[in-house]
Design a protein. Sequence first.
Length: 227
Amino acid sequence: MPGGRRLERVKREPAAISIAHQLTEAIMDGTLAPGSQLGEAELAGELGVSRGPLREAMQRLVQQGIAYSEPHRGVFVTTLTEDDVRDIYLARTAVESAACRLILRGDRAASADRLARVHDAMADAARRGDHAALSAADTELHHVLVTESGSVRLRRMAETLFVETRMCIAALQDKYPVPEVMVEEHAAIIDAIRAGDEARLLYLMDEHMQDAVRRLTGIPDEAPGRR
């Protein structure tokens, strides 16, 4: 496979789930680029699996919306448009704002502590200039935030949105935020959780998502009071 990391051979059942996970990771980090075809013969050989579980895995990706199938042609990695980016972040705002409200109803101090531990890793990655570790910490922090809500359904909805977000970032690395700004934005969100300030927390979450949309779509920041 040209460029990127190599996929690992699948060693245990259920193979379809393992294959889907590896393909998803490869799509998220750009190893399998937007618009590229998921060739059955090549992938089956590289993963060391038969075509049956591979086809099942690819169907899972199609159901998630991160790949699409064309009759008589095959399965391809989805290419996200600017409208997709806006829609992804609109959905993320709804899901993560709901998660924030639930966190504030529970043990918000414990949730803030768990988020702070991930934030420490983010700050460390920013200091070292490690963009891969920074991106991973960013994703992990939002995973933890949704998990802390205690809602299984919010977690389920968030999973596909996080995959699509990683696809956006992989395709548009040059528009990734300045590390220091990224660290500050997440610190403010954690502080608002710890303080139990729902109005500020929801405002910060909305601003965080809108900032990502502006950055990824190249829309100039003209709104008063916004960075």
